[in-house]
Design a protein around this ligand. Structure first.
Ligand SMILES: [Cu+2]
Length: 310
């Protein structure tokens, strides 16, 4: 009895701590921690500096500054590989763009311009080095979630349109996030996720995805966000019930979805008729030849019932 009460008491304390930890601002280091701020100029002669270094676990803000003299029309969008981040565009009017990451992966990562600008070849060699170990708690990634409300799904003319929202832990939209869509499909006795497309979220954190199902029944859709910069990965699975809208248009096809699935469906519908026609044609030719041979043999025999006019 006593041990049970003790267990309950410890559970209550644990719960209380969990709640406090969840609410207390110090528990979310991404917000509380000082960011390591770095500035990289984009100049007529290239990136300045080309190599930057940070400690693993730090919250890092890299600000790219447009600093051209001889190229007033240059525009750049900077990307950082490995952390999946992309800056806003910088040009003569909008000279600064900042990307933020939690440097949780050690190693060497390239940053470069992703636009076909005049100086493109000179802006491909930025290097971010993330050094391991100096101790201390790392900054936490910001939790994310994908939301697909029932109202954000529409089915029309055999096409399913889904508006997926990507939100942070305060329900703020996350733009420029890549959402990959999968369907859960059974094929040859096995089931698994089959990728059916990818869309990037716009300024209000929404990605619009259109899909033509080749299967009837409930559509099991999974949307995945791999994470980027300061944002953690997240995913969501939704079941879209079968609808008359696409039951009417698609038969009991069990083809795996792919870029060519629609063509395959059409080919499959058309193939049996063609095959039957071909077989009928061959038989008709065969019977015609047999009949001609029979006629020739009858004429040759000179028997009755041959060609009367001959
Ligand atoms: Cu550029």
């Amino acid at each position: 009895m006593k041990s049970r009460r003790l267990a309950l008491a410890s559970l209550a304390i644990l719960l209380a701590f969990t709640v406090i930890a969840g609410v207390h601002p110090l528990a979310t280091p991404a917000v509380a921690q000082e960011a390591t701020k770095i500035t990289v100029k984009v100049t007529d002669s290239g990136l300045d500096p080309e190599t930057i270094e940070v400690e693993q676990g730090k919250l890092v803000e890299i600000t790219f500054i447009w600093d051209h003299k001889a190229y007033p029309n240059e525009e750049h969008i900077m990307v950082l590989e490995g952390y999946n981040v992309e800056s806003d565009k910088i040009d003569a009017q909008h000279k600064e763009a900042t990307i933020k990451i939690v440097a949780n992966k050690p190693g060497t990562f390239t940053f470069k311009c992703d636009l076909e600008c005049d100086l493109h070849d000179f802006l491909q060699n930025g290097v971010l080095k993330v050094k391991t170990g100096s101790g201390g708690g790392g900054a936490a990634l910001t939790k994310t979630k994908i939301s697909i409300e029932p109202a954000a799904i529409s089915i029309k003319d055999g096409k399913v349109t889904v508006n997926a929202s990507l939100l942070d832990d305060k329900d703020q939209p996350i733009p420029k996030g890549d959402i990959t869509f999968f369907i859960n499909q059974s094929f040859a006795g096995r089931s698994g996720l089959v990728e059916i497309g990818e869309e990037r979220t716009g300024p209000v954190g929404q990605a619009r995805f259109v899909y033509e199902p080749t299967l009837t029944g409930t559509l099991k859709l999974t949307a995945k966000f791999e994470g980027m910069g300061i944002y953690d990965a997240s995913e969501l699975a939704v079941d879209i019930p079968a609808s008359r809208a696409f039951q009417a248009e698609f038969g009991e096809s069990v083809l795996p979805a792919s870029g060519h699935s629609q063509e395959l469906v059409e080919l499959k519908d058309w193939a049996p008729a063609a095959l039957i026609s071909l077989i009928a044609l061959i038989w008709a030719a065969f019977i015609f030849i047999l009949y001609q041979a029979w006629r020739v043999s009858r004429v040759g025999d000179g028997g009755p019932g041959g060609d009367a006019s001959a």
